[in-house]
Design a protein around this ligand. Sequence first.
Ligand code: SF4
Ligand code: SF4
Length: 69
Amino acid sequence: MGKRYKTFEVYLVYIEADKCDGCEECVKMCPVNVFDMSHKAYPTRPQNCLGCGTCVALCKSNAIIITEI
Ligand code: SF4
Ligand code: SF4
């Protein structure tokens, strides 16, 4: 019988802080609570990211970059 492998997708979550206007949309809408807010958003829990692209689509400042690794 062949060996079975479980695969995991891992994503880097990066915010260009100079672009972020602090609208909090990513904080509110990420389904797995990746972001926290001080005066700008910060990806405090990037390990949660599912790569769904929601935050990238709704960030009007184009400040979020999600990269699959
Ligand atoms: S959606 Fe974009 S501009 Fe708004 S808080 Fe998040 S990173 Fe900043
Ligand atoms: S891609 Fe989806 S899961 Fe990942 S940080 Fe953005 S909204 Fe959250």
